[in-house]
Design a protein around this ligand. Structure first.
Ligand code: UDP
Length: 238
């Protein structure tokens, strides 16, 4: 099972919620603590790529409900992710970790364009590659981008860091007796209608047999635990 040995190359999806500590904007303390955790992982020799969400700034669907044009709102959402990328880059460099930000919308003054083969070279050199601006395409989510980038750069697993500690048979915030799965198959998630990621991201992972580990980021040291292959969170696989 992929969980019982350390991984060599992982893709970590960080939602925007994490960056904002639940509020609008960036909470430097939270980003600093994530950067510390990531620095430990990188120093242990694991190659780390990160896809950053932007829900702490804007979500296209929400702005659309407020009356905005969806496409323009989605571009605002993508731009929000870039601010999170820069914050993460800053705190990682304070930890003396080399980083590169690559964005799907070109903005040469602050980031490289997304060039997959160059991203892989960075990873091989031990640099953390932070992917921003989503896919550059409206109507997509950063979860879907995380699955796509993981496949394209050859990550062994998609690590989905959240504020709950795995996949449950019911929403643990609403149902106190909900139980957590240690492992579950993609098919079982579908049968039970469990939402591990959005449908596009989920189907990419399922079709290409890319395992997902859902785990709680807010517990210190959890990124290192997951990467070492410890059984925390929930492993979703074929
Ligand atoms: N977005 C987009 N295309 C993408 C990725 C993101 O249009 O490929 C927009 C979309 O509006 C989304 C917002 O960027 O709501 C922020 O991304 P997401 O909601 O995935 O962030 P998260 O929920 O992870 O914080």
């Amino acid at each position: 099972a992929p969980q019982e040995r350390p991984f060599d190359r992982v893709l970590l999806k960080l939602s925007g919620e994490v960056f904002g500590g639940g509020r609008l904007g960036v909470d430097p303390n939270v980003v600093a603590s994530i950067a510390k955790q990531l620095a430990d992982v990188v120093r242990s020799g694991v190659q780390v790529a990160v896809v950053v969400g932007g829900g702490n700034f804007f979500r296209g669907a929400e702005l659309q409900q407020g009356g905005m044009d969806r496409v323009r709102a989605d571009y605002m959402g993508m731009l929000g992710t870039v601010m999170n990328c820069l914050a993460l880059q800053d705190f990682l460099e304070k930890e003396h970790v080399d980083t590169r930000v690559q964005t799907a919308i070109t903005m040469g003054q602050i980031a490289e364009p997304y060039i997959p083969r160059r991203a892989i070279r960075h990873l091989e050199k031990g640099r953390v590659v932070i992917f921003g601006a989503g896919s550059g395409m409206p109507y997509f989510s950063t979860d879907t981008v995380a699955a796509q980038r993981a496949l394209e750069v050859g990550a062994e697993v998609l690590l989905k860091a959240t504020s709950v500690d795995g996949v449950y048979d019911a929403d643990p915030k609403k149902v106190p007796e909900a139980t957590k799965f240690e492992r579950i198959t993609f098919g079982e998630c579908l049968r039970r209608r469990l939402r591990v990621a959005d449908a596009t991201a989920f189907s990419l992972c399922m079709e290409h047999r890319l395992p997902i580990i859902v785990f709680n980021l807010l517990e210190d040291g959890n990124i290192a635990r997951v990467v070492r292959g410890e059984r925390i969170g929930t492993l979703v696989s074929t």
